[in-house]
Design a protein around this ligand. Structure first.
Ligand SMILES: NC(=O)c1ccc[n+]([C@@H]2O[C@H](COP(=O)([O-])OP(=O)(O)OC[C@H]3O[C@@H](n4cnc5c(N)ncnc54)[C@H](O)[C@@H]3O)[C@@H](O)[C@H]2O)c1
Ligand SMILES: O=C(O)C[C@H](O)C(=O)O
Ligand SMILES: [Mg+2]
Length: 603
């Protein structure tokens, strides 16, 4: 069922080739003079050619010399490298925030240059504008705040959202990432400060999926916060009230969704970092009504499933062995349950049996192993609850150490949000795994919240493990020229392609079939050689290429389900007639590439 077709070896160079011939089309601007210089969408700083300076009323507002895009790029990178040099030896957090600030200043001033440096240096810059530094930025957001980015809808705006949405200056919006700030990474409720997450996710959309930055919208839904420290912080910028609950909460989200889809019926909304109860409830409420998905539940599930299938291959087994893998999942929240649901669907498809599909999966939360004896068993966790006594000696609430010792799992996967729960003892117990090559997925973010570090995993569980973490870690030097590979099991490998594929297919909804196609595409991306080395995911350097492939798979699944209504001039029939290769080319063609466009003024 899984087609592991090899992709062209030189993925990155192919991507570069596709964009090297980009000829910038004109860009319509309704402003003149300093208004253009102060608008990061249009600003080219010293890069405005003289003719354009004349046409747009810029002559005399800039120093006379015209600096090329390449020179501007080099100048920025030089400042960045000198900042790196000057902050050497300072605490990690201080350095990370200094790097974030310099990038953020460029983002605020000149988006084209910002996205080009981001794209070309994605491996170095993703950890700054995205996970893990974005977590630190959210924690300090009220103090770091200089200029607003995105939109803020608060509980005080009830009844006003339909008109407020028209305050957004862009006529078209393709991609919206929405949070209520209630579960920011593993950092808990950060209230309005969680806006950093939609901003970081949308930066990845631009860099990876080539969504035009003029068509993205980060949104914070501020319904209050239950974080006492923030409520007492005099600098806190959000509503100083406890979170709305129940119907009051849902009315706010309903009103926002209606407003968005009234103005932009073709937009896609990604729900991000909602606490579990609202993550599931809103997904259920809106997924058959609007084009939306929940990244923490659905994006994470696909990335984890691709990693789990890679693990089976790394163990020298065939994919048909996946249903026999014993997998212990630590964390029964939106992410953990999302992963298990998708894994169960995969097993059911492979075996043709629904009833026994979850039998090799074990689920723990903060109270230990979840069994059918659990009081107040969450209905979402119920399908994974074990029969007590199914494994001799495993009782309700058994500790992680007990479970690992008894089950001897092939895979230990953490989505608990708790740093260090894969303790030395737990990791050592994994040496008794039934597998010759057990896998550890410490997927919680940011770095401090990872269930274990890469170094500890290789040290305590053994050098033959496969390792993945949600936040980036350096590869581990195992001595004698051997390397312990670190994979980044992060939903960034899928959400951009899910959004892009949905957009360019004009899908009405985002279905399980489309998400499965995305996961299968990622799973089949890696060569056997890479997998044997323990490399489960591609390098982030090739994120545009991966995203195009994932986007094309999502598109084809939407076509197959007759949900694709077309995009721009391309209708559903044309989409249906495209070959696999043509679909990928079509997806690439729809990607925005950062290059200065001639600005044309519309009177
Ligand atoms: N790598 C990725 O792509 C990715 C994607 C989504 C979420 N995450 C991370 O996963 C974590 C959890 O996210 P979520 O949305 O599921 O959160 P959540 O709050 O919905 O769930 C957390 C779960 O962990 C359990 N838990 C807490 N302490 C525990 C302990 N000591 N032992 C075992 N279980 C414990 C809780 O009972 C709960 O079931 C966060 O840190 C988030 O950053 C990572
Ligand atoms: O934001 C990330 O890096 C992944 C994930 O969405 C998370 O909530 O941790
Ligand atoms: Mg998230």
């Amino acid at each position: 069922m899984w087609n592991l077709t090899r992709f062209a070896s030189s993925r990155l160079s192919r991507t570069r080739r596709l964009f090297s011939s980009v000829i910038p089309g004109p860009c319509i601007v309704h402003k003149r003079g300093t208004d253009i210089l102060h608008d990061p969408w249009f600003n080219k700083d010293t890069g405005f050619p003289l003719t354009e300076r004349d046409r747009l009323g810029l002559r005399g507002l800039l120093p006379p010399r015209v600096i090329s895009f390449e020179q501007q790029y080099d100048r920025f990178m030089e400042s960045y490298h000198s900042l790196e040099k000057n902050t050497k030896g300072q605490p990690d957090g201080v350095v990370a925030l200094a790097k974030w600030r310099i990038l953020n200043r460029l983002h605020d001033r000149n988006e084209t240059l910002y996205y080009r440096v981001l794209m070309d240096n994605i491996k170095d810059f993703a950890p700054i504008i995205y996970t893990p530094t974005v977590g630190l930025v959210c924690q300090n957001y009220s103090g770091l705040f200089r200029r607003p980015r995105g939109m803020y809808f608060s509980a005080k705006d009830k009844g006003e959202m339909m008109s407020m949405i028209y305050n957004w200056p862009a006529q078209h919006v393709d991609m919206i990432v929405l949070t209520d700030g209630s579960r920011i990474l593993g950092l808990g409720d950060l209230g309005v400060q969680g806006i950093g997450i939609p901003i970081g996710k949308l930066d990845m959309y631009v860099a990876a999926a080539g969504i035009n930055p003029q068509r993205v919208l980060p949104v914070m839904l501020d319904v209050g916060t239950n974080n006492q420290k923030l409520l007492e912080d005099r600098l806190y910028l959000g509503l100083r009230q406890p979170r709305l609950e129940g119907e009051e909460y849902l009315e706010i989200v309903d009103e926002f969704m209606e407003a968005v889809f009234t103005r932009w019926p073709k937009a896609i909304v990604q729900f991000e970092d909602f606490q579990m109860k609202w993550a599931f409830e809103t997904l259920d409420r809106y997924r058959k009504k609007f084009c939306m998905f929940n990244d923490d539940i659905q994006g994470t599930a696909g990335v984890a499933l691709a990693g789990l299938l890679g693990t089976v291959r790394a163990q020298g087994r065939t994919l048909a062995d996946f249903p026999d893998q014993k997998i212990v999942v630590v964390g029964a929240g939106s992410a953990g349950l999302g992963v298990l649901s998708m894994a169960v669907q995969a097993v059911a498809r492979m075996t043709g049996k629904n009833e026994t599909a979850a039998q090799n999966f074990f689920l723990l939360d903060k109270d230990g192993l979840i069994t059918k004896e659990r009081k107040n068993l969450d209905p979402a966790a119920a399908p994974f609850a074990k029969d007590p006594g199914q494994i001799v000696g495993l009782r309700e609430g058994a500790s992680l150490l007990e479970v690992v010792k008894k089950v001897k799992p092939d895979v230990l996967l953490g989505l608990s949000g708790v740093g260090g729960v894969f303790s030395e003892e737990v990791l050592k117990a994994l040496r008794e795994s039934v597998s010759t090559r057990p896998a550890i997925f410490a997927m919680s973010n940011p770095t401090m919240n990872a269930e274990c570090t890469a170094a500890d995993a290789f040290k305590h569980a053994g050098e033959n493990i496969v390792f993945a973490s949600g936040s980036p870690f350096e590869n581990v030097n195992l001595g004698n020229g051997k390397v312990g590979y670190v994979n980044q099991a992060n939903n960034m490998y899928l959400f951009p392609g899910i959004g892009l594929g949905s957009l360019v297919s004009g899908a009405r909804f985002i279905t399980d079939g489309m998400l499965q196609a995305a996961a299968e595409c990622l799973a089949s991306y890696m060569t056997d050689e890479e997998i044997q080395k323990g490399i489960l995911y591609p390098s982030i350097d090739s994120i545009r290429h991966i995203t195009a492939e994932v986007g094309a798979s999502v598109l084809r699944a939407a076509v197959a389900e007759e949900l694709a209504e077309g995009h721009g001039d391309v209708g559903p029939k044309e989409l249906a007639h495209m070959s696999k290769e043509e679909t990928v080319e079509y997806v690439f063609r729809n990607m925005w590439y950062p290059i200065y466009s001639p600005l044309v003024q519309e009177k």
